[in-house]
Design a binder for this molecule. Sequence first.
Ligand code: IZC
Ligand code: ZN
Length: 407
Amino acid sequence: MKEYLIKNIGMLATPLGNLAKSGSDMDKIKIVKNACVGVKDGEIVYVGDLENAPKFESYIDAGGKLVTPGLVDAHTHLVFGGWRQHELEAKLRGATYLDILKAGGGILSTVESTRAESEDELLQKAVILVDEMLEYGTTTCEVKSGYGLNYETEAKQLRVINKINKNSKMEVVPTFMGAHAIPREFKDNKQGYIDLLINEILPKIKENFDVEYCDIFCESGVFNPEETKIILNRAKQLGFKIKMHGDEIDPIGGADLAGELNTISAEHLIMSTDEGIKAMADGDTIAVLLPCTSFYLDKSYARARKMIEEGVPVAISTDFNPGSSPNSNLQLAINLATLKYKMTPQEVLTAVTLNPACVIEKADKIGTIEVGKQADIVLWNAPDLNYICYKYGTNLVNTVIKCGEII
Ligand code: IZC
Ligand code: ZN
């Protein structure tokens, strides 16, 4: 079907524009009852009522359903070897995420499995995972490397991330995250790994890969703010755009540093202080909040309301990874954002469509349903927006459209 009109849409709900929304603007979305959306050659060409719609070759009857933009997941670690279910018992006996990492497990266990698996094995698994995400309404996602921690395996992961685009309908944006942990071979020589990153791995990755973003795990026992600053400044000097994980477990100044460095985004922010939040607002940094991780680590929830009040644009993503968020379903993040962050359904929709599209700098093409944008659209088994925030535990997606193609 090259062109069609989706008619009989019960409720069309979409943010508008190409810029990240903050403050009260997050709540201002377009809601139209009995709407139609026209698609031609993968693009949205009409949004309006049936009476004024031009003629299309074919029609899809939405049957009174809710229609939104395709969901955008701006934070995942979905290319990895193995899983981490073997850590569940230690977790139940009280071991924390950082205890497990310190003992050589956690991220380092996934590094071992990722180094051991072939490129084909990693790709096959990743394609199954992204195809599942598409079924749950995510049409674009970011994927971080960071389970190699040496040039060879980081490069293997980035090749897999890039190949996903050709092997699935999912649109994937890569981020380099070689500063995800200190590899076992540098256990007693963190500075040695930082030097290797700065002098060899970062320049070689920039030279050989089309990867625009560089991320780092700024956390107790991983990279402190001083080290983070050195690594991110070097990345910036090499031409990367920078982002960071901050304040996930301990409040060590992650948000403050993100604001100071004007990073595109800062991610997690569970423990961010008032000053940190203000610094992000001043630094035009988007907050990527990950409620599924708070749930899974049994932690508190990031202070989304405070961030919105202070004018920080908020995006919500899954953090899909085999350790702290073995869940790729953004619908669960939608439910948790409503219930735990106390965000309105309108704010939540902005946070899973337009704002994450801005985090990956694709909002000129995706994140809203407007004429001229790519036709990434979800039809929901739901009559309105409140319903998908309120009902949980089953897949509420009816139909996913990616670049105009019905999947
Ligand atoms: O594999 O544990 N937080 N990095 C930082 C992660 C979670 C992924 C992991
Ligand atoms: Zn992460």
